[in-house]
Each structure stands twice: as C-alpha cells, then as structure tokens.
Design a protein around this ligand. Structure first.
Ligand SMILES: [Zn+2]
Length: 310
C-alpha cells in the first residue's frame, strides 16, 4: 500500500533538509539560491495562480509581505530550496503577488479543501504541511508558560519565548480511524451535526493509550461493538486540525447490536462490499468522504478486497 500517486496530503518533498534548519548560514544560502522558490498561504489557504500552487522567487519585496521569515519546507530532488510564507491577516492579495500570475490565470487564496481537488499531489502535500505549521504558529504567538512573545526559530520549525526561553514545537495529534469489519460487511456512520456523508469511525488517541487500545475504546464507545484483531493499514497527515490519521482495520466480535453514541453519531449501517464499491464510484445511496481523505482510501481498499480479515 505504498503507492501515493493521488492527492491526499502525502508525497511532498523527500528531503526536508531538517539538518539545516538550525544553521543560520546554511538557511541564508538556501534563501539566496537563485533556484529557491516560495509558496504563500493565508490562514492555511494556499495562493494559487489559476489551478496551480503559486511558486515565486524570494525577492525582498515578497519577503517583506509577511510578519515572520519564511519556513524552510525542504529541497526538491534537484536540490532546489522550497519555502512557505505565512500571509495570515491579509485581506487582499498583495498587488506584488497578483502581478506574478501568468497571463490568463487569476491569483487567489484557494480554500485548501478546494485546492485538494486541483493542485498537484506534491504541491498539495506541501500546502497541507504549511497549513499545519502556520496554524501552530498563529496559536503560539505567546508563550504558554509566561505569556511572553514567541519568535520564529529553526527555519520556522520552532518558536522560542523571548522572556523565559520556553520552546514550542509544531504538534501533531494522533487520531485513530478504523474500518470496522463484521463478516462481509463494514460499519459506516454519520456524524451528528456534521457532513451528510457516512464514514468509518475515528477518534483521538488519549494519553497512556496504544493505537490498538484507542481503536477498541473508540469503537466500543461510539458503536457498542467489541473489537478483536486490529491491523494497521496506512496513515495520513490531516492538515485541517494538525492531526496524524492512523488508518486501521478492526474486527468486530460477536453479534452485539449497534449502539450508537448519539451525541456524536446520527445513524449507522453495516454496508456490503458492493454497496461501498458503489459509494467509492460516486453512485448508490451512500455518500462517503472525499477522495483526498484516508476514510475514502480505507473504504476503497476494503471494497476492492485489498484489506480485510477474510
Ligand atoms: Zn515564556
């Protein structure tokens, strides 16, 4: 299950150049490299020219648009540095950026969910990563310990308190997301007050828990099902909340009736492979999450018989 040739926030730069983040001279050299490029985002929504992520030269004029230095995203296979600039707080697209759009293409801050169906898979992975980093940055303007001002450090991958020295690192919250299988069927449920689609179950891993324990607890809490075997399938960074989605397959034991946690879930159904396959194809009565989500991927793999305990 290693193929990553579709848009799902994975498959970004293989070389994150993490070893250079703490080296000011190396960072300066990367910033000044003629082949260096920068992308920009506002509140996590990437700047696009038409349907492409906007990659721009790092001119002093562009760098001056942001409150903080650009974040080092890494290097391409050809060794070209890539950066991301946080333009959160800007109402309009600065004219200096709009002027860079190729003829016939409009410059826009595109909602990331919309960009997820348009820009290239590699660019989407970088836009997702930038969103997670910028959300963390904007949530950590002040020190959690003393309230002092936090400054960008380590190429944008750390924030240091000017007053007490406390350091903050970008956080990733682990979430288990599991396809619960019972015989030839799998469990799909609709979230209360959420989207219209039906999806697999998911929940945050709690302190002191393993992935398997979190899967068993969440499934029991949300659906009243007892889970036996748990297999890891794949994972996905989810930039809308800074989460790492840990995709699992869970085996429902026994014949306990569905007992949905009604504060969280509206209704649930045990769907067949054929029903899920129709939903993956965009047909049938079930609506499932979009193709860039790990839920969709789990359901697709299961409907094709590529994962499953049977
Ligand atoms: Zn502090």
């Amino acid at each position: 299950m290693a193929e990553r040739n579709f848009r799902d926030f994975t498959g970004g730069l293989a070389d994150r150049a993490a070893e250079l983040r703490g080296n000011p001279e190396a960072l300066e050299a990367l910033l000044k490299a003629p082949e260096a490029r920068v992308m920009a985002a506002r509140a996590g929504d990437p700047l696009v020219f038409g349907e492409d992520l906007a990659w721009m030269r790092l001119t002093p004029e562009i760098l001056a648009l942001a409150a903080e230095p650009p974040t080092l995203m890494g290097r391409t296979q050809a060794g070209e540095p890539r950066f991301a600039l946080d333009l959160t707080g800007r109402e309009e697209i600065p004219p200096a950026l709009a002027a860079l759009a190729p003829e016939g293409a409009t410059a826009a801050f595109l909602p990331l969910r919309e960009a997820a169906t348009k820009i290239s898979p590699e660019d989407l992975a970088l836009a997702g990563c930038a969103r997670s980093l910028f959300v963390w940055r904007n949530d950590n303007r002040h020190c959690a310990r003393c309230g002092g001002a936090m400054n960008s450090a380590s190429g944008g991958w750390r924030r240091d308190c000017a007053a007490c020295g406390h350091q903050s690192f970008p956080r990733t919250d682990p979430v288990v997301i599991m396809l619960v299988e019972r015989g030839e069927r799998c469990l799909l449920a609709r979230r209360a007050g959420g989207a219209l689609w039906a999806s697999v179950l998911a929940g945050f891993v709690e302190p002191g828990e393993t992935v398997e324990e979190a899967v068993r607890r969440e499934v029991a809490e949300e659906s009243g099902q007892r889970v036996g075997r748990v297999d890891y399938v794949c994972s996905q960074p989810w930039p809308f909340g800074g989460q790492l989605m840990i995709g699992c397959l869970a085996e429902s034991l026994g014949e306990a009736p569905l007992k949905l946690e009604l504060e969280e879930l509206r209704d649930g159904v045990w769907a067949t492979r054929a029903e899920v396959a129709r939903a993956v194809a965009g047909r049938g009565y079930l609506q499932i999450p979009p193709s860039f989500s790990i839920a969709h991927r789990l359901l697709k793999l299961w409907s094709e018989g590529r994962i499953g305990f049977r």
